[in-house]
Design a protein around this ligand. Structure first.
Ligand code: ADP
Length: 506
């Protein structure tokens, strides 16, 4: 596990004690922050905490249970002895003979012996709460009204005891009955040391603590390896991504767990899209080179032919020069279209949108193209279903309509017709351009919006087409959040429909 990373240690500035201290504090903080970002550190900590904390509680429980059991056992034993003593005292009317020590000598010896055996103290208290016997002899003839003694006089036999952990002793009482009157005549107060129990418990605690440290070390080792094993699929994923980063474009495979499998799937999808993008870019570059080269090749052939001809008539020179001029025009049109496309790509969001009267816009476009249509006796009609005012970039949208109507004229038959209609609903306006031209074969209809795609290359070249017009139209329409669709009947005619929202929402 990488706990330190070079740049997480801050750069030293001056060597004053304060700055050194701050430097170390910042460095440690940096290392902490860095490590807390690691998934592996979290898994490691989680395993250690989840396994260690219950173990700690268990140890505490074991210790407290052992102490209680030991104390209870000692108390039980002594209570048993105490009750036997109490019975003996009742039988030999001990309390009545207190003033005559000779009569109680045997019992007193027994009481002393019992106190010695259990390393404790026994008090005998009579009805007047006077201590008539104290094995320590310090409190004899004094009076006691402790809670335990009062309780014992009141309730009689009681198995409860008071455990004083700090003083390491336990205290309990045993009543002395008057056999004849069946009433409590006195109380035996036992206090016995639990020092030996505490020593034993401490010893056990020490052993458990050693075990705790051992278990903690073992757990840390297990957690270290377990976290490594759990994160192995992510390590593998990192390696695979590094491989891809070095230029290997093969899809990555990390089927070890669902999470990495999903990440790999998303990555592969993006990779595939990038691949397509790269391919289409390459194709575009090769298309551009080809398209730009064609007019230049024609110019070269024309110029070479003129040179090789030597003395040629002026008419022939003029004719060749006209062809050369046409090729130069074509080259410049292609460059213009390419520049337009690049501009559209680059300034995707930059539309100079304004409220435009669409009826007027269509009318002015058709007026401009009327001359071209008339040359081939094509009738161009405008049908406006309603007045439409919409948010569009006037210049760009004019380019779309011009291109579509130009195409409808270019790819039309002589004496054909072009009908442009304008309609709108609550949200959109629609421009429909219907022609009676050559049409587009079914399998090529979907490709006409591709850059440099032409159905009939010769015809397109003849009419000065660059193959970029529809691609530019589609870009502009999409910038307006609209759609452009084409349907065609090969040999009968083609219909283009443009749908644009009336209100432009950037
Ligand atoms: P071009 O400059 O060649 O006209 P476009 O991008 O405008 O390029 O059009 C692409 C191709 O789509 C054209 O070459 C042509 O084959 C076909 N096309 C476009 N409009 C029509 C139409 N109205 N009728 C038939 N074919 C069309």
């Amino acid at each position: 596990m990488q706990f330190f990373k070079k740049n997480h240690w801050k750069e030293k500035k001056e060597d004053t004690p304060e700055s050194m201290f701050q430097y170390h504090v910042d460095s440690i903080r940096g290392v902490f922050r860095y490590n807390l970002k690691s998934f592996r550190v979290w898994i490691f900590l989680l395993i250690v905490i989840l396994a260690w904390v219950p173990f700690l509680f268990l140890n505490e429980y074991i210790i407290s249970q052992t102490r209680t059991l030991q104390v209870e056992q000692q108390v039980e034993e002594l209570q048993y002895q105490g009750m036997a003593l109490s019975r003996q005292m009742s039988r030999s009317v001990y309390l009545e003979n207190v003033e005559m020590p000779g009569l109680n000598a045997t019992l007193n010896a027994e009481i002393n012996l019992l106190a010695d055996i259990y390393d404790g103290r026994i008090l005998v208290v009579n009805e007047s709460f006077r201590i008539v016997k104290d094995t320590y002899s310090t409190d004899t003839d004094k009076y006691t009204i402790s809670r335990e003694v009062l309780n014992c006089f009141k309730k009689g036999e009681d198995s409860r005891y008071e455990y004083y952990k700090e003083g390491q002793y336990v205290e309990f009482t045993v009543p002395i009955y008057d056999q004849a009157l069946k009433e409590i005549k006195g109380v035996l107060v036992f206090s016995t040391s639990t020092r030996n129990i505490e020593t034993m418990v401490e010893e056990q605690k020490r052993k458990l603590q050693i075990m705790e440290v051992a278990v903690c070390i073992l757990l840390s080792v297990i957690a270290f390896f377990a976290s490594g094993i759990l994160l192995r699929p992510f390590k593998k994923l990192e390696n695979e991504l590094n491989r891809a980063n070095q230029g290997d474009m093969d899809p990555i495979q990390v089927p070890d767990c669902q999470e990495t499998e999903r990440i790999a799937a998303v990555y592969n999808e993006s990779l595939l899209r990038l691949k397509h993008l790269d391919e289409s870019r390459q194709e575009f570059v090769s298309n551009v080179s080809h398209e730009l080269k064609t007019p230049i090749t024609s110019i070269r052939i024309l110029a070479d032919s003129l040179i090789s001809m030597g003395e040629a008539p002026v008419e022939l020179y003029r004719e060749f020069m006209e062809d050369i001029s046409n090729e130069i025009d074509r080259e410049s049109r292609i460059i213009d279209d390419l520049l337009e496309m690049v501009r559209l790509d680059r300034t995707k969001a930059e539309l100079s949108v304004q409220r435009v009267n669409m009826n007027d816009l269509l009318e002015s476009v058709l007026k401009r193209l009327k001359g071209t249509a008339e040359k081939r006796n094509i009738v161009v009609t405008l049908e406006c279903m309603r007045p439409v005012v919409a948010d569009v970039d006037e210049l760009k949208f004019t380019r779309v309509i011009t291109n579509l109507v130009e195409n409808a004229i270019k790819y039309n038959r002589d004496s054909g017709s072009v009908t442009v209609s304008l309609n709108a609903d609550q949200t959109y306006f629609y421009v429909k351009i219907v022609d009676t031209g050559v049409g587009i074969p079914d399998d090529e209809v979907g490709k006409v919006f591709e850059r440099f795609y032409r159905v009939d290359k010769a015809r397109s070249r003849e009419t000065g087409g660059t193959g970029l017009g529809l691609a530019i139209c589609k870009d502009i329409v999409q910038l307006h959040h609209g759609v452009i669709r084409v349907s065609s009947d090969f040999g009968v005619g083609t219909t283009f429909v443009v749908r644009i929202p009336l209100v432009y929402i950037p």
